[in-house]
Write a protein that binds this ligand. Structure first.
Ligand SMILES: Nc1ncnc2c1ncn2[C@@H]1O[C@H](COP(=O)(O)OP(=O)(O)OP(=O)(O)O)[C@@H](O)[C@H]1O
Ligand SMILES: [Mg+2]
Length: 316
């Protein structure tokens, strides 16, 4: 199973190219295309009404729009549930009050998106040959793609602190000694050993989860497609994206220069030359700016070339 992320600056044609690739791939294999952009237009591109849900367009092609707000709400609810259970012995501190402000904290959307990607890969990986993710504009995309690695660093530090806490509990227990005769044992027993501690166990499980996701994202079956236009702003943002992808070791597989015309052909060549300086010899496709009004991908939407997916058949 292959995983593709269509990335690029706002409005360059990510959704259109991702949808066209999904359509072309689905002629010979099973494809799920997922829109992660809060401003969905996947349904519009295929001329169907999705309304933040899923639809099987034909035997081999499934479309899904992710409802980011609902995803963030569900994610928070789940996490708050886990926190409340784990820290039930601290009820006197009225933790609910602290949890209720979590929804305003930065990063929730990114974690919710990442969790959705992880779940999609885990649950749908066996049902499809290709998963295509149409991503939101660059900044948010780079942030959620970088999250697994950032989170692993955090988990390591938190685990270290937790081990120190357990160690202190051990010391206190030793000083305090065993229960005296007639002394009531405490209602809530706190863990001393690492294997009994729910907090440390949860940190370990999370770390394993993020490590395996990182392995998939950096692996031979995953690839990023960068869509850009023949203009300066698109070039600059693409350069930043390439740099960001390099930092997090995500493999860039294909460049698509979209909306090329006779008039901007010289600028288009200049932009490619500049971009080549940072990306090297990655395959490049050029797609012309179409002046046709079209809807649906079965025939000739925007006269998109038929070989849009040929460079995506890299073999690990
Ligand atoms: N080759 C093309 N020829 C003509 N119009 C195009 C072409 N590619 C995309 N468009 C049009 O450009 C606009 C932006 O395309 P699209 O929505 O695919 O971009 P996007 O990068 O996904 O945007 P966003 O960042 O808002 O998600 C749309 O109106 C789309 O129909
Ligand atoms: Mg889009």
């Amino acid at each position: 199973m292959k995983i593709l992320f269509y990335t690029g600056k706002g409005g360059v044609g990510k959704s259109t190219m991702a949808a066209a690739a999904a359509w072309q791939l689905s002629r010979a294999s099973r494809v799920l295309i997922v829109s992660l952009d809060p401003a969905h237009n996947l349904g519009d591109i295929f001329c169907v009404s999705l309304n933040g849900r899923e639809m099987r367009l034909n035997e081999r092609l499934c479309l899904r729009e992710v409802d980011l707000q609902k995803l963030s709400r569900d994610y928070l609810e789940r996490e708050i549930g886990v926190l409340t259970r784990t820290y039930s012995y601290l009820q006197a501190l009225n933790l609910d009050r602290y949890f209720s402000v979590l929804k305003y904290s930065p990063g929730i959307e990114e974690y919710a998106l990442l969790t959705s990607i992880e779940e999609t890969i885990r649950k749908e990986g066996a049902k499809f040959d290709t998963l295509i993710f149409d991503t939101p504009p660059t900044g948010l995309t780079l942030r959620f793609l970088a999250l697994p690695q950032i989170t692993i660093t955090w988990i390591d530090r938190l685990s270290q602190i937790r081990r120190q806490i357990l160690d202190k509990r051990h010391t206190i227990q030793k000083i305090r000694g065993p229960l005296k005769e007639g002394e009531k044992s405490p209602e809530i027993k706190l863990a001393f050993d690492e294997k009994d501690d729910p907090v440390l166990n949860r940190l370990t499980a999370l770390k394993e989860n993020y490590e395996s996701l990182t392995e998939v994202l950096q692996g031979p079956d995953c690839g990023v497609v960068l869509v850009f236009n023949p203009d300066m702003l698109s070039l600059r943002e693409s350069e930043r994206l390439v740099e960001g992808l390099r930092d997090i070791h995500l493999p860039l597989r294909l460049l698509i220069q979209n909306k090329v015309t006779e008039e901007n052909r010289a600028v288009a060549a200049q932009v490619v030359a500049e971009l080549r300086k940072v990306v090297g010899e990655i395959p490049l496709l050029q797609v012309a700016l179409s002046t046709r009004l079209a809807c649906g991908l079965d025939s000739t939407l925007y006269d998109i070339p038929e070989d849009l997916v040929a460079p995506l058949s890299w073999r690990p």
